[in-house]
Write a protein that binds this ligand. Structure first.
Ligand code: FES
Length: 148
């Protein structure tokens, strides 16, 4: 079906919005925001640790980890936060998948920020939200392990 005037108008508008997002953030952040890998809660049998955390900005993030033999085999996330928080949550799961718990625990908010090629100054705290949620999910897992 050929594109009508309205289709072309919408297409052009989307292009303008996308270009503005890249100007305000960067290509990596916008890419992950629009196509967040590892988004969503997996089935219960794929979760060995999970935690939700509400950051100082009022936004919440959740991590769902599948850990086996101290390796994070699968990492998923959810957030009700801003576009940058979608990118930080996603980037964090990409950084920790197939890593040992020890390595995942070494990841800092600055590492998440760097992997995203730098969040804008007023969104640096979005990396902090992902970092703190990850720490809590790992602590939750360690708590479960030590109580068994
Ligand atoms: Fe709250 Fe980005 S503004 S996480």
């Amino acid at each position: 079906m050929p594109k009508d005037k309205f289709d072309l108008y919408v297409e052009n508008l989307q292009k303008i919005i996308y270009e503005e997002e890249i100007r305000d953030y960067n290509e990596r952040i916008v890419q992950l925001y629009h196509d967040p890998k590892n988004w969503g809660k997996p089935s219960d049998d794929e979760i060995t640790a999970s935690k939700s955390y509400e950051g100082p900005c009022g936004d919440t993030m959740s991590f769902f980890l599948k850990i086996k033999n101290n390796i994070i085999e699968k990492a998923n996330f959810l957030t009700d936060g801003c576009g940058a928080s979608v990118a930080t949550g996603c980037q964090t799961t990409l950084l920790i998948e197939n890593k040992s718990l020890d390595d995942a625990e070494k990841i800092k908010a600055e590492d998440i920020d760097a992997a995203l090629n730098g969040l804008p100054e007023d969104h640096k705290h979005c990396a902090e939200l992902a970092y703190r949620t990850l720490k809590l999910a790992i602590a939750d897992y360690k708590g479960l392990v030590s109580s068994k």
